[in-house]
Ligand binder design. Structure first.
Ligand code: SAM
Length: 284
């Protein structure tokens, strides 16, 4: 008998991966967590039936969410990561000796516990002494923070369930307040391709643009995410990722990456016309 994991990416589109072995299934206070092993993608896990991380393509997402802001400002020392329970974002951040502190706020401890067991590839740096784990709602955590972080990375689920609050105007306003005067905010920005996802990214972009003087969107190809075409938001109080990137300085660090390089950095901000149109058209 064949076993397949099937994800409903829209009402009329499904994406399937042949499963060699189901590894774990559980339900936390916040969401359902499943882990599978597959020949093509290695281990992968889903939250409420949506793929979060696969061993095969996680490097693309984590390279792009971390190295783009880091290469834009290599003086970043204090970082807040919201969500990111699989640990991949923290793993990439710990490659910079210059970073002194990483606060990671994940609402669901069970995600971290399950990932520690099945995803050593991404959780391997969660015990770095610079990393401080907080198991609480990122929306609440950030309310009391003012002028302390150089970089905030929002590595969240989609804008429903526990992740909903992380796409609100209130949250983005609190991120602005928690950032220093030259702070950068990067968030996973959904996909432009299918309508429901495109609406979410359009709304998020509009809200961020109202607050931050620099507001750009960049893209990557992530095969296991809906449509494979994924966006990230880059917002900042001063730095522009296209003019402030110090290519020579970043390359001289000798950080070996499998996806990111400084040419991709610049190229990833070149968007297709239909995406430019969605972003320019403010929606509701
Ligand atoms: N790379 C993934 C993607 O875009 O599909 C995101 C992965 S990461 C596992 C997302 C994490 O955000 C989940 O573990 C979830 O529990 C966490 N999360 C959702 N809402 C949150 C909130 N309000 N505060 C903190 N963490 C949250």
């Amino acid at each position: 008998m064949e076993l397949w994991y099937t994800e409903e990416q829209t009402d009329s589109v499904r994406f399937s991966i042949k499963v060699d072995k189901p590894l774990y299934t559980g339900k936390s206070e916040f969401q359902r967590i499943d882990v599978f092993h597959s020949k093509e993608f290695g281990n992968f896990f889903t939250l409420d039936g949506l793929i979060m991380v696969t061993e095969k393509d996680e490097f693309i997402y984590h390279d792009m969410i971390v190295h783009v802001p880091m290469a834009t400002n290599l003086k970043i020392k204090n970082v807040l990561v919201i969500g990111a329970g699989d640990g991949g974002t923290v793993r990439e951040l710990t490659r910079y000796d210059s970073i002194e502190n990483i606060d990671m706020v994940e609402i669901d401890k069970m995600v971290v516990d399950v990932c520690r067991e099945y995803f050593p590839q991404t959780t391997c740096k969660l015990d770095d002494p610079r990393v401080h784990l907080y198991f609480e709602d990122g929306l609440r955590f950030i309310r009391s923070k003012e002028n302390i972080y150089d970089l905030i990375i929002v590595d969240s689920t989609d804008p429903f369930g526990p992740g909903e609050g992380l796409f609100t105007k209130e949250f983005y306003g609190n991120c602005y307040k928690a950032l220093k005067e030259d702070g950068i905010l990067v968030n996973q920005h959904e996909s432009p391709y299918y309508e429901e996802y495109a609406k979410s990214m359009q709304k998020a972009h509009k809200r961020i643009k109202e607050l931050f003087p620099v507001c750009r969107v960049y893209q990557a190809h992530i095969p296991s995410y809906p449509s494979g075409h994924w966006l990230f938001g880059f917002a900042s109080k001063t730095y522009d990722p296209l003019t402030d990137i110090d290519e020579q300085a970043w390359n001289s660090l000798g950080i070996k990456t499998k996806y990111y390089n400084t040419d991709i950095h610049k190229g990833s901000f070149a968007l297709p016309n239909y995406v430019i149109d969605i972003l320019a058209n403010e929606g509701d």
